[in-house]
Structure formats: C-alpha cells, structure tokens
Ligand binder design. Structure first.
Ligand code: CS2
Length: 491
C-alpha cells in the first residue's frame, strides 16, 4: 500500500467512508483534551466532529498526551485525521474524524501545552486521564498531596506533569492576565467526576498560591459527566484491516461498538459545541446516570475481567458466551445492583441491562479481560465497593460482588490457576504483590492482608465482619475450586 491517510488523500477514499465536510484548516482550537487515548477519539471527538460538520469554526480539538508520544507520532503525519471503525456482527462501518487538529506531547514541551491552555480561544478542557490520573485517594476522593508527581509539580509549576499541575498553572496565568477561565469537563469513569476534578484543582491550587483555590471555586465550572462507549485497545490487525479498506495507511484508527452515550451537566459559562444535537444529553444532575453506568456496566466488566481471566478467557465476548458467566452477570445486575439504584422516572433499566449483555457479547470486539483488569485498585471502590456498602446497610446479600472482590485479590497475586504468571498492571502492583507474597495462597491470610490497603477499602469495610467473612469465603472458593466453579454456583 502506498500513501497515508492525510488531508491530501481524503478525497480519494472509497465513497462509502464518511469524512469531515468542514474546512479543517480554518478551525480555531476551542477545546484542549488531556489524555489523547482511543476512548476520547471514539467518543467526545466524534460528537465534536458531528458538531463541526453542522457548524464549523470555533471548536477544533488540541489533543494532549501526558505520557507517551505514540499517538502523536501516528497522528501528526496524518494531520490529526484517523478512522473510527464501528463493529458488530453485521460488519464494520468506517468514518474518518477530523476534529483533532493539533496533537501535543506534554513531557516533550510542557510550556507549549501551557501556552495552548492559556489561549483565550480555548473555552473547554476535557479530560480522560484514567482514574489514576487524578492523583487522588480513590477511597476518599481527595488529592494525594504526597503523590510523587504532585510533589514534582508543586516544585516545578511551569514544567508540570499532572492534570492538576497543568490546569491550575494555566488558570493562574489566565487570572493574572484578566482572561476568563475555561470549563473543565472530566470524562473519566469516576462518580462525581466533576466534583473530584474541582476538588483536586482547588487542593492543588491552595498549595501553589494563596487564594487561587478560592478564585477557582468561584470562577471555574467543573460539570460532571457520564461517558459510555466500549473502546478496546487498537490492535495491529485493526490497523491492517482498516488501512486496506481505506486504500491508504491509517497508523492510528480506533475500533468501537455502535452504542455511545454522553450525559453531562450543562454548566459551561463560556460556551461549548452543540453536542446535544448529536445525541449527547445535557442534564441538571448526572449522578443517577453515573451510578447506573458504573455499578452495572463497569462493575460487570471488572467481575468479567478477573473471573473471566482466571477461568482462562481472553476476551469479554468469550467470557459472556459461557452460559455460566452470562447467568452470573445477569443475576449480579438484577439481584445485587439494581435494588441500590435510584433512577429518574421513565428510565428503562431493564432495557439498559439487556443491551449491556448484548454489548458484552459483541463478537466483533476483542476486548481483553487483561485490559479491563488493569488498575483495579483505582476501579474497585466506585464500581463494586459502593454497592457493597449499600447492600451491607440494607442487610442484603452480595455474594456475587464479594466474589468479584475476591477474584481481584486472587488476580493481583500475579499467578493464574494454571500456575502461569499474570502481568498485573496497577499503580499499587508492587505493594499488592508484596502483601500477597507474605500472606501466601491462603484465603484467611490473603484477604486480611489486602483489606489493609485503605486507599481501596477505606476504614469501614475491613472492620465489617459481614464483609470480611463474605470476601474471605469467596476467596477460599476460588483457591479450592477455581473461578469457573464459583461463577457457575452463583449463576
Ligand atoms: C472498562 C471501561 O477498561 C475498563 O475498565 O470497564 O473502559 C469501559 O469499557 C467503558 O467505561 C465503557 O463505557
């Protein structure tokens, strides 16, 4: 194949592939997105692409990677253009997205990123930095002031590394220059993600400059949002298949499912694109939607990830194709999670859950259990432990959720059921492995050892006998009989 996806080759793509209809060269950068991963490119950037097709002009996206140059290296020769492949059993529909008009790699030149953030044309900052990118204590939601990157940023505020470091320094400069601030829209899977963002920005600002925290509290809007679209990591096969369909090479396509949802609180004093014209849902209170999504979709995902991986399954679709797992996940959602949800009138929970099972089963997505298993210490609290707390308060059973927690414990030991090593990725991986090693493969020792990690379990759960007994019992089952048997028994 010769040629690369780029503005010059756009016109020659096969007719069935949709592409931007607006003049990309004439776009202003109005949005800075921090965390230029596949998820952003398959979600918010697509809504913005739709909005630009309708009204071109003010809302081009500058995508910033906080760590690796890989996405920029792939996108820069394509002037930011990339393909989104929407896949299901009926096939794959391709669309070239044009909304990302600039790509920056923060560690290469933090000053350039700060200059972009201070540009008055930038009115919205969106973020997908994953749970750990907030540098907060997942159990309390507060900024971890002892985090090495936060300490680095406080000592080097003009050369920051973190989300908080970049945004607060940019806001400080905007205030000094008499410019209005931008709104900050977190698009990560955290409950109250806007509140968490506001709180870490204020906590960091208070340590950086007296009074800056108050100015941020009074002037910077941090609406919360619920984002939903399953976007597995792009594989080499995806790149080869999509490039072949385009007739030119795309080094950075993303692959996703047909489903997409974006619910956000509508507090953007300096404006935003008309995302609601393309399916996004502005609401006054996003909390019920966040709870629904985190407790149903993400909790099921994490349970599938640990239990499915231990049972020998590589992908979510393979796992859920096993009837024992399908029954288990259905029962987990219906019996243990649904009674804890308080939805606005008219919300169709039954339809949502049925759709979830179908989405998990999508055979065209190779969503690896190993990928979702990553960063469990940052995910468990808001996906699973919140619901367990509600169940404990109601005196109600939570055996399946307890099995999910136990499977995480079994997984982070780093050895699978056949004795093979597991590549555990987690900011706490080292500590978890050490604790597990000291405890050995004995439920009565491993469970209390891992429950001592307060950033995950807080102070209340390790002191709750019903919780400790349920998790220890589930872990015993995993050691004695294996994951598949335990899932089958509770399905
Ligand atoms: C997944 C999510 O990797 C994970 O932890 O549970 O990325 C999930 O695919 C998205 O939240 C779906 O909207």
């Amino acid at each position: 194949m010769t040629g690369r996806l780029s503005p010059g080759t756009l016109a020659g793509l096969p007719a069935a592939i949709s592409r931007p209809r607006y003049d990309r060269a004439g776009l202003d950068v109005g949005i800075v997105h921090i965390g230029l991963g596949a998820f952003h490119r398959a979600h918010q950037a697509v809504y913005t692409d739709d909005a630009l097709n309708a009204v071109p002009g003010a809302w081009g996206i500058c995508g910033v990677s906080l760590r690796s140059p890989d996405t920029r290296d792939a996108l820069a020769p394509q002037a930011g253009l990339y393909t989104v492949g929407v896949r299901d059993e009926e096939g794959e529909r391709l669309r070239v997205v044009g909304s990302v008009v600039e790509t920056l790699v923060a560690p290469e030149d933090p000053a350039v990123v700060l200059a972009r953030l201070v540009d008055p044309r930038v009115r919205v900052v969106t973020a997908t930095v994953t749970e750990k990118g907030y540098c907060h204590n997942p159990a309390t939601g507060e900024l971890d002031a002892s985090h090495p990157d936060i300490r680095h940023d406080l000592l080097n505020p003009t050369q920051p590394r973190t989300l908080a470091g970049f945004l607060v320094e940019a806001l400080r400069r905007r205030r000094a220059a008499g410019r209005p601030p931008f709104s900050v829209l977190s698009c990560d899977n955290l409950p109250g993600n806007g509140e968490v963002t506001g709180s870490i920005l204020r906590a960091y600002a208070a340590m950086l400059e007296p009074d800056l925290d108050h100015w941020i509290a009074d002037n910077v809007s941090c609406p919360s949002s619920m984002v939903d679209r399953i976007v597995p990591a792009t594989t080499a096969d995806d790149r080869i298949r999509i490039s072949a369909a385009l007739g030119v090479e795309d080094a950075a396509p993303v692959v996703t499912e047909p489903f997409t949802q974006w619910v956000f609180e509508d507090r953007f004093p300096t404006g935003r694109p008309a995302w609601e014209d393309f399916g996004a849902e502005p609401v006054a209170d996003v909390r019920p939607y966040e709870a629904m999504k985190l407790r149903l979709l993400n909790a099921s995902h994490s349970c599938i990830a640990y239990l499915g991986y231990l049972a020998g399954y590589q992908t979510v679709a393979e796992t859920i194709a096993d009837p024992a797992f399908e029954r288990f996940v259905g029962a987990l959602m219906d019996d243990e999670v649904t009674p804890t949800l308080r939805m606005p009138a008219g919300a169709d929970l039954a339809g949502y859950k049925a759709a979830l099972l179908a989405r998990f089963a999508n055979p065209a997505l190779r969503h690896r259990t190993w990928q979702i298993a990553m960063d469990g210490s940052q995910k468990l609290p808001q996906r699973i432990l919140v619901t367990i707390r509600d169940r404990l308060a109601a005196g109600a059973p939570f055996d399946r959720l307890a099995l999910g927690v136990a499977a995480w414990m079994r997984y982070v030991r780093g050895v699978d059921e056949t004795g093979a090593p597991i590549d555990v990725r987690d900011p706490l991986a080292e500590r978890l492995r050490r604790l597990a090693e000291e405890a050995g493969p004995v439920a009565g020792r491993l469970a209390p050892a891992l429950l001592s990690v307060r950033e995950v379990f807080g102070d209340d759960l390790p002191a709750n006998p019903a919780f400790v007994t349920a998790v220890t019992g589930a872990l015993e089952g995993l050691f004695d009989r294996g994951a598949w048997y335990c899932v089958e028994r509770l399905g």
